[in-house]
Write a protein that binds this ligand. Structure first.
Ligand code: ADP
Ligand code: ASP
Ligand code: MG
Length: 422
């Protein structure tokens, strides 16, 4: 995976140094000490013969602090202003990293997403990268400078700064790796890799050596914060190998790769328990059961751009049924107001809601060929005294909706029951 040497016909030795994209998350750049540690890792990669290209997150909790600042001013800030504000966090990290590298004799150049050629659509707050115009990046690399690119941001064709969604510096990193045909992409974070459950919630969680794009994509989509879901989508599509590892030690991390490259025995059965507490549940009780009612409930939510997740509808009794669904907590109040309005319009009996629910999921591509996973999950939750309020499944996961208060207990019990404990 290291240096590729090509012999040109005229027997010149053309040496192309492989690009290594290194992404540093917020905790990995939280203070000057951590920034110096990141610089040590960049030096090391350069000494190993890579051309490092860096994607930097905002320092520590800077992005949260910026959001809070706007809130304190009661400024109803969204769209382009919000993106410009939030983009400053990553710019600070880049400038500091670049200055510190240059001061140590390692030529580097700090680039905003826009200067790095990251072109996005115009969906402020959750823009998608359309392409990376990588000429500038390539010429910096060719000139022997290390580009330090601000993660999480780009610019629309109209030239306005956009942000890509919370946690999206991972996506910047993978987009850079794709555009520069990098050897691989290293995600430096505050855990040693991807674990069989969030190690903060399940102390017995085990580091996974190799995981497929499908599995980590499912985990990310279900709420495992360790990787931004879209970064995994882009990496899978472009076959970018990713290593997730800690910036706090030199332990080997987790490799994300195609399922057919993973050791067969490693990939069997249930691979991880995923928890997500960012869930609120809304139930429309006593809906007159006639065609088009589900559409009446969900169409206004779609119009308000609210994503609906776990949907449960019961069999109707005496012409009435209940429809229950979940949304992210940030959408809860808006969704509740819209649903109360709909409920009155369609003559439903009442709307009940609970903003404190959570999702627990089991994930693993091997589940397709492992019967009894769902039954085992329900049995384990029952034995632990946890009531299930909704269920969804796919080929490679089972998700149960439960009360948030039971999340840690449920996650630990499932982790043990499915033989995942370290
Ligand atoms: P960064 O700022 O480096 O991007 P994040 O906070 O986004 O870091 O992601 C790392 C965190 O993800 C860890 O501290 C851990 O608590 C959480 N996490 C959730 N699920 C998992 C998992 N299955 N494996 C590892 N970490 C996980
Ligand atoms: N700083 C941004 C956030 O906190 C992006 C990132 O860290 O990936 O969401
Ligand atoms: Mg992250």
């Amino acid at each position: 995976m290291l240096t590729i040497s090509l012999f040109a016909p005229s027997s010149f030795l053309v040496q192309t140094t492989p690009v290594l994209v290194m992404k540093f998350g917020g905790t990995s750049l939280a203070d000057p000490e951590r920034i110096l540690a990141a610089i040590g890792l960049i030096d090391q990669a350069a000494d190993e013969g890579f051309s490092p290209v860096i994607a930097a997150s905002a320092m520590g909790k800077t992005t949260d602090a910026l959001i809070d600042l706007a809130r304190q001013l009661d400024a109803d800030i969204d769209g382009p202003d919000r993106d410009l504000l939030l983009s400053t966090g990553e710019v600070v990290s880049c400038a500091l990293l670049s200055a510190a590298l240059n001061a140590r004799g390692r030529p580097a150049v700090a680039l905003t997403g826009q200067a790095a050629g990251i072109v996005t659509d115009q969906s402020h707050g959750r823009a998608r990268i359309q392409y990376v115009a990588a000429r500038r990046l390539r010429s910096e690399v060719a000139a022997g400078r290390i580009p330090i690119v601000a993660g999480f941001q780009g610019a629309s064709r109209g030239g306005r700064v956009t942000t890509l969604g919370r946690g999206a510096s991972d996506t910047t990193a993978v987009a850079l790796a794709t555009a520069l045909d990098a050897d691989h992409c290293r995600i430096y974070t505050d855990v040693d890799g991807i674990y069989s459950a969030d190690p903060r919630l399940v102390p017995a969680a085990r580091k996974i050596a190799q995981i497929s794009y499908e599995e980590i994509l499912e985990m990310a989509a279900l709420g495992a914060g360790v990787m931004h879901a879209r970064s995994v989508e882009v990496a899978g599509r472009n076959r970018v190998p990713i290593e997730v590892r800690s910036s706090f030690n030199s332990n080997p991390g987790t490799w994300i790769m195609h399922a057919d490259q993973i050791d067969i025995e490693t990939g069997a059965g249930v691979r991880a328990v995923v928890d997500d507490a960012d869930v609120a549940q809304i139930t429309v009780v006593g809906v007159p059961d006639r065609p088009g009612l589900a559409h009446s409930v969900f169409a206004p939510l779609a119009e308000d751009d609210i994503s609906v997740d776990v949907i449960v509808q019961n069999i109707s009794h005496q012409g009435l049924s209940d429809i229950s669904f979940t949304v992210q907590r940030s959408d809860y109040e808006k969704a509740l107001a819209a649903t109360q309005l709909t409920a009155r319009e369609i003559g439903a009996q009442q709307v009940t809601s609970d903003p404190q629910v959570a999702k627990l999921s089991l994930v693993g591509t091997g589940m397709v060929s492992t019967p009894g996973v769902a039954a085992g999950m329900f049995g384990c939750l029952a034995e632990t005294g946890i009531n299930i309020r909704g269920i969804t499944t796919s080929e490679i996961r089972v998700t149960c909706l439960i009360g948030e208060a039971h999340l840690a207990k449920g996650a630990r019990a499932l982790h043990t029951a499915f033989g995942l404990d370290a």
